[in-house]
Write a protein that binds this ligand. Structure first.
Ligand code: FAD
Ligand code: DLZ
Ligand code: SF4
Length: 519
């Protein structure tokens, strides 16, 4: 009997078009899928994230089996579960005696490091294939980045537009003449906003079993499972995409940066969890968006904005992660040291914008982009929280979080820990910005127009405290330098007032207790 090929498929590789499945004989292969303790606990993931991955894995295995593949599925509760990918592959080798292992490269540095040892550890051949679900191969990104002093998403994005032909006219120019309609993505929320609800998918029996398992084994992890409604199959993920294109894409662009208390989805697609674990194909989604524009079903600012997020930001942070690792995980250019405040876990703060963003995070394992960037991220940046603490939090709490996408967004985009390799300046903002882009401030205990002292929005003094303490580094940045003339014009007394106010506020921050972050 010929020895089979062992094909391990990881929890974020749930795509029927996966490179390791293409061209393989169904009878000559064994597919290995593994629920392992190490993956579920390297940070204490939100309960919904573990339930999503386990349920999507189990459904994917069932679909493959239905299609005639031989499946070896290891459940978390199986006796002798080794608890790690390497341990489980070793056990599978004993069971199947394969001629070779064929696997798509892992998306995260941590897992790729352990997979690198497989060549020496295992007697059979190990073939590692590139993950061609990304539009930009790593060699292509590295080539683009070579010799550039600064990496900027905008220039990379244009290359991806040309490569994919998305929103490119016959003469090779961007449709609508501009590459980027960002300026048309910044409308403040108005009273008329009435986004249609996002579809939620009631847990079937398989998901219900996983939810019980998660409650039983990971009961002390952050988040609740009551709201679980994520699509866990490709068919349901496609339904979620259909609903987005039909109902929310037209207003997506205009209100991309808006925030409304209690409105967790607004006009966002809510598709990142499905894209990142492999249920949806990013290029296909962009092609569907482009078609909606061609058919007159959605305006250009929405369609370009959506496509930019995917072939621009998503591809850019992926290339950037692999270009900058392992250094990115250690980067701390601003030497931030503060522990994460306890309220990131409890949501107990009078700052209404933060409390609402944390509530959404807790209830849904999701917050939308501008909440992650300009509320939760901005606060961590201004108050000088240590990058490792912030990174662990983001990696744990969002159902779409994998290090390749979380780390560039948190370390580089939000915390400027990379010293400006990814973005030209820190996204620091005072309460004014949040007041303009949201309805949060109206009923907040603090006032965004009060600058210092009792009742002042804490973002106001924190903003100047941040600018002042990083003056040496930031004043050289031509996109920020001008801010210091405003600061200097204030005079010493006003400056002291801001700094004292910020320090008094920072004193009140209670550090997070142990228990939520890493095991
Ligand atoms: P939409 O607003 O509908 O956007 C469409 C798609 O564009 C998303 O589904 C996503 O695939 C992509 N996208 C948009 N912005 C980004 C971005 N900055 N980086 C990469 N892809 C992007 N996204 C993740 O998928 N996983 C993360 O762990 C993650 N962590 C983040 C941390 C911070 C601090 C910030 C500022 C952003 C982070 N993002 C992350 C990006 C973004 O917030 C989410 O992709 C988005 O909120 C997902 O919701 P959605 O599908 O409704 O997105
Ligand atoms: C996120 C996650 C979790 C919680 N559990 C598993 C698991 O038990 N088995 C698995 O194959 N994948 C899991 N994942 C996703 C992986 O962490 C992800 O596929 C790798 O880290 C990618 O490098
Ligand atoms: Fe947030 Fe300040 Fe507005 Fe309150 S006043 S919601 S703390 S920005």
């Amino acid at each position: 009997m010929t020895k089979p090929t062992l094909i391990p498929i990881l929890g974020d590789q749930l795509s029927h078009s996966l490179a390791s499945l293409r061209g393989q004989s169904k009878t000559g292969s064994v597919i290995l899928m593994m629920e392992v303790w190490d993956e579920a606990t390297y940070v204490k993931h939100h309960k919904q994230k573990i339930a999503l991955i386990f349920s999507a894995m189990r459904h994917f295995a069932a679909e493959l089996s239905e299609a005639g593949w031989r499946i070896d599925y290891v459940k978390l509760t199986d006796t002798n579960n080794a608890g790690s990918f390497t341990g489980e592959v070793a056990r599978a080798i004993e069971r199947h005696d394969p001629a070779k292992i064929c696997i798509v490269e892992a998306s995260e540095w941590r897992v790729r490091q352990s997979m690198d040892e497989w060549h020496d550890k295992f007697a059979c051949e190990v073939e590692v294939l590139p993950d061609d679900r990304f539009i930009c191969a790593q060699a292509e990104f590295d080539e683009w980045a070579k010799g550039r002093k600064e990496l900027r998403m905008e220039f990379f994005y244009r290359e991806m537009r040309k490569k994919t032909g998305l929103l490119i006219d016959e003469s090779g120019k961007p449709v609508g003449e501009k590459w980027n309609l960002d300026a048309e993505n910044r409308a403040s929320p108005d009273a008329k906003l009435d986004p249609p609800p996002c579809p939620k998918f009631a847990p079937d029996q398989m998901t219900q079993e996983v939810i019980e398992l998660v409650e039983d084994r990971f009961g002390d992890h952050f988040g609740n499972l009551e709201n679980f409604g994520w699509p866990v199959t490709r068919a349901d993920a496609e339904k979620a995409a259909d609903a987005f294109f039909a109902e929310r894409l037209p207003d997506f662009g205009k209100y991309q940066d808006a925030m409304v208390h209690g409105s967790d989805d607004l006009y966002h697609s809510m598709l990142s969890t499905s894209i990142n674990c492999g249920l949806l194909d990013p290029l296909d989604l962009c092609q569907r968006a482009a078609k909606a524009y061609q058919d007159g079903d959605a305006p250009l600012n929405s369609v370009e904005g959506f496509i930019r997020q995917i072939i621009g930001w998503r591809e850019y942070v992926h290339g950037f992660y692999w270009h900058q690792m392992p250094g990115l995980a250690e980067a701390n250019e601003l030497e931030a040291k503060r522990p994460l405040p306890e309220f990131y876990w409890t949501g107990e703060t009078d700052m209404r914008c933060l409390a609402d963003s944390i509530r959404s995070t807790h209830d849904n394992a999701h917050a939308h982009h501008i909440q992650r960037l300009m509320v939760l991220g901005n606060f961590a940046l201004l108050s000088g929280v240590a990058p490792s603490a912030v990174e662990d939090w983001y990696l744990a709490v969002y159902a779409d979080a994998y290090e390749w996408v979380e780390l560039p967004n948190v370390a580089a985009m939000v915390l400027y820990a990379d010293g400006g390799k990814l973005a030209s300046k820190p996204y620091a903002a005072s309460g004014n910005y949040i007041n303009k882009m949201s309805d949060y401030c109206k009923e907040c205990a603090y006032s965004p127009s009060k600058k210092t002292g009792e009742g002042a929005c804490p973002f106001n003094p924190l903003y100047w405290h941040f600018m002042d303490r990083h003056r040496e580094r930031l004043s050289k940045n031509h996109r920020i330098g001008r801010i210091y003339s405003t600061w200097d014009r204030m005079g010493e007394e006003k400056q002291r007032d801001y700094l004292d106010s910020a320090e008094a506020f920072l004193e009140t921050l209670e550090p997070a207790k142990d228990g939520w972050a890493r095991h």
